[in-house]
Every structure is written in C-alpha cells, then in structure tokens.
Design a protein around this ligand. Sequence first.
Ligand code: WTA
Length: 655
Amino acid sequence: MSQPTIESILNEKRQFPPSEEFSKNARIKSLEEYQALYDQAAANPEQFWEQLAEKELHWFKKWDKVLDWQPPNAKWFVGGQMNISYNCLDRHLTTHRKNKAALIWEGEPGDSRTLTYAQLHREVCQMANVLKDMGVKKGDRVGIYMPMIPEAAVAMLACARIGAAHTVIFGGFSAESLKDRLVDAQAKLVITADGGWRKESIVALKEQVDKALELGASSVEHVLVVKRTGQEIAMTPDRDQWWHELQPTASANCPAEPMDSEDLLFILYTSGTTGKPKGVVHTTAGYNLYTHVTLQWTFDLQETDVYWCTADVGWITGHSYIVYGPLSNGATTVMYEGAPRPSNPGCFWDVIEKYGVTIFYTAPTAIRSFIKMGDQHPNARDLSSLRLLGTVGEPINPEAWIWYAHVIGGDRCPIVDTWWQTETGGFMITPLPGAIATKPGSATRPFPGILAEIVDLDGSPVPANEGGYLVIKHPWPGMMRTVYGDPDRFRRTYWEHIAPKDGHYLYFAGDGARCDEDGYFWVMGRVDDVINVSGHRLGTMEIESALVSHESVAEAAVVGKPDEVRGEAIVAFLSLENGYEPSPELEKALKQHVVNEIGALARPTEIRFTEDLPKTRSGKIMRRLLRNLAAGEEIAGDTSTLQDRSVLDKLRSGG
Ligand code: WTA
C-alpha cells in the first residue's frame, strides 16, 4: 500500500439540524437518545445486539453464545438457527402485510410489476423448488447474472431459502470476469436472463454466460434463464432451462431450511489492491440482523414508506438495501431497471412521482449528473412525497449535497450520507435523521455498536481534525467473515496494515478520514490502490493486468484523476513492447481490450503512452507522481527516491 500524506482540505462549517416536525415522528428523536443508545452499545456490544436479535428477528432455534471472537474471526449468535428468506417473507404473511406491496418494479421500457408479500413468497418458493429439481443442494453456490428485474430478488431469496449461497455478478461485467468469479466460487448453477435493458439497448446476458462457460467455468452444470427481452438466444439442451417453462408446474410449497447462524449466505466479489477479485463472505444471522436494524434506524422506516434505492443488485448496496434489509422489515421496496439517460433525463423523478416514493437513496455520481442535466427535470415533477434522502458510494461534495437537499428534498428532507463497504455488510457511519444534525460532506457519527476511530499506522489515535486511517475497534454482526477460500488474504488485507493496539485487532477499511471536534467523521477516500469510478470500486491492479495481457503493452500503471461527474476517471500510463507505436487506433483497441477483459465499467478514459514509467530505485512504480500528472497538478512531495528523473521530465512534456 502506498502511504500518502493524508491531508484534508475540506473546511465545511454549515450544519443542518433535523426539523422538529421530522424528529417528533422519528424512531430516534434526539441527540440524547442517539447518545444513550451509542453509550449503551459501546459499553456492552454483545448485549446490545442480542436484545435486537431477540426483538427483531424470527429464530428456529435460539443461540448459545452471542459472539465468539478469535481475531480476526468472528462468529455471531453461535448455535442459533434461522433463515433470512423466512425473515423476509414468511413471517409477514401472518400479519397485515400479507397483501402489502413488497416489491414495486419499473422496467426501462415502461413496463411495471408489483409483487405483494404473498406473491413474492409464492414465486420464491417456486424458484427454490426449481433449483432443487436442477440439483442444487444446501451448501452449493449459485451464480446470479441478471438485469434489474424482480426475478433477481426472487433468485437471491430462493437460494437463501434452500441454503445455497449466491454470488451475484453485476450484469456489466464481461464474460471473462464472470468466468473468474464462477470458477472461484465453484458455482454449480447460473441464473440469468436472455438480456436486460440498458440505456435503450439490450445487454446480452445469456450470451456472456455461454462465453464464460466456454472460457472454463466448468463447475456450472445448469443454467436457468429468465425471459426478459425476448431476443433470440442459444439454449443448450439438457444444460439450459427456461424459468417460464418450469414455473407453472413448480410447487409453491417450500419450507425455509433452518440455517446455522454462521452458514454461508453469499459471496460478493469486490476489487482489492491485487489483481484477483476478493470473494467477500457474508453469513446468515449477523448479516440479517445488521441490515435489518441499520435500515430501520437510518432510514427511519415507517409502515407506510415507499422506499427506493437506485443501486444495482450486483453490488452490496443492492443486496443489503434493495433486497434483504427492506424485506426483512416488511417494507415496500422499489426496483428500477433503467438508468438516467439523455433520451429520458427525468426518468428517476417520474418513478418518484408515479409511486409516491418517500425515501430515496442514490449515489453522489448520480446526483452530479442530475445537476448537469438541469433543474427543469425534477422541477417539472411532483416530488412532495419525499421525506428522507440518502447517499452512498463516495464522499459527496458539499455543493452536490446542498443541491440534493434543495432541488430534490425541497429543503424539507434530511440527508443521510451513509459510509460503509461491501465488507461491512451495512451502514457504519451515518446520521440517524431525527437525531443528528448533518454537515454537508460528512457521514457524521457511527451507528450505535460501531466503534470507529482515526489512527496512525501504529494504531494510535490521532488528534481531532488530523487525517489518518479509519478503523473499527470491535466486531459487529454484519462484518465480512473471510475472503472465500483464502483466510490468509482476509487477515493480511484487513487486519495487518494497522498494528494491533494493546492486543486489540483493528479492522482497517482502506479509507482515509478525519474526525472533527464534534466527533463527526469526514471520509476522504481510499488510501490504497483502489479507485472509485461512479461509485464502483475498481482495483488499479485489475485494470493494469488487463492492459498488460494485450500483446502490445510492456508495462502499465493505472491511476484515478478527479472527474466532475464520475468522481474519478481512469488514466492509464503505458509503455509499449518493441515494434509497437502509439496511435489513436491502438488506443481504441486497448480501451476495448479492457472492456472485454473486465467490463465497460473499467474502460480507461485516457491512455498516455510513455517510454518509461517513473519508478523508485527498488523498482516500484511511483503512482503518487502519476496521480499528480494525470490531474495536471504540480508534482507534490518527495521525488528523491526516483530512479531516473528524466522519465518525469519526458512525461511532463507529454512524451
Ligand atoms: C467509499 C459501497 C465516503 C469508500 C457501499 C469505501 C464512501 C468504498 C461512502 C466502499 C460515503 C462508500 N462517503 N466514501 N458515504 N460510501 N464510500 O465496497 O471509499 O462498493 O471504502 O461499498 O466506497 O465501496 P463498496
């Protein structure tokens, strides 16, 4: 990991206390109430989570022990048995929620569907039975490569119901990336669709699955295909089955399998600082409890809320806060297939107006692109149903925050800026909207039960307002359990960068941050070789490996550069093999190569050819310098370790 000097330049002083009106009706109504919960949880985290586990979830069998902590391995609710699909579905059927809308879905072409809890339960049971018939058993892994359609949620819940772990792979990933993940998880079956709609064209998902299997995902025995777009696709006899052909005769009776608390629920791959994606492992009970409680308190969920999170189910935000968190709470969750696009810049606001969305959760990159598209689009819609707004994915610029509050929230809706990660399972640092005054750009204060701190590399706390590494000092129920198949990588990646302090292990998340005099956290961004493009986490190593796999590339270094809309843009510095010359055609071919290897989300914005890359005497590429160059800034900091200064001069002069 590089060790940049962490320096915070943001000096934002505005404060927005919750309105009396909002606090009066909120679940957590005041700073005092938050502080009492926080103190109680900090004094005895186990007891705090245990009380919530009893109150909020259904258990087939109660646990014997709340927490078994053998750093860095945590087990929660040991000996307990439950099923998250039961908590998301069955238990609501005996209440007034039986015919409440569980999932409201809006397709990109304008088609729509609403599933009540009873209907969703029925479909999940049917798909669970189909999976069983296709040979899936408890403990197997199932790949899900789907567009944003209700069947994506059905598939996840069906897996959970029978105790098969799912691994959802974002539909924007290429066949090559899909293959890598299916192989790592040793998935037995893949659930996909013929295609999905993305900005008015069809993403050919099934075709990518076929390619991934050809490329060597040999553990996959069967493919279950949902019909979405209706274009011609190839079906391999015996291997591939259509969901719409199997569903009508599938039984809707499928009792939820009792799962041990620590049974594998899902694997979700995320980028790290080395080339190989990490399979982040989440288990059953702790994850269920954590997503349930964090959503309920942070979004102040009320029975009548219509809640919409715009993420894709291929990311953790979709897992925790489109599917599991909302359904476990018996809420109405909206799912939208489309993305804002030039041909329909107001589509998000139409969805809010059409369904009377009350809680809206999106990403800073989306907010910045709305700002660009103009206020006339939201202004032309009735957004008065909204009462609360949220953001996630990267630090939000205060100006975007203010726009969001004013133009979308009508100066009436609190904003919850939620800091968390794939690894944390759920919100870690976030305002509780009825209790905590917000400051634009700050995720404010830790969720009760989360002991966050800013430390230096030795694990010692740094003074207020000084930058440092954001760590968590005590396990929490939603934390990742390990890296799938690689416990050693888990330890190395998260628990060894920062020295254990007084024998206590510190979870280090990869982010730099500071804490101000009011105890508010200001996340400054990644301090490792991970870049954040449109809220998507990409490892620079992955992109470099993809580039180097092209015959023309000798060496590659990838850095992020600030980008107004996307947060960061990808800049690749390349040196070429002998016999290759820089050209616009080669540049185009290399960009396409990255798209084929990883997916469109990793396409470099800019490629700069160079004879050499700046390196230290020990041969390490000095990315810090490249970041400065990419951003068009002065080279900052020490360059004395540079092996060959002329490299830098050539790069500066554009050669
Ligand atoms: C960044 C997404 C600042 C951060 C849930 C983190 C944020 C990474 C925020 C995780 C926020 C996410 N403020 N930074 N509110 N939310 N991040 O795993 O760098 O896709 O480490 O999880 O996104 O990205 P991931």
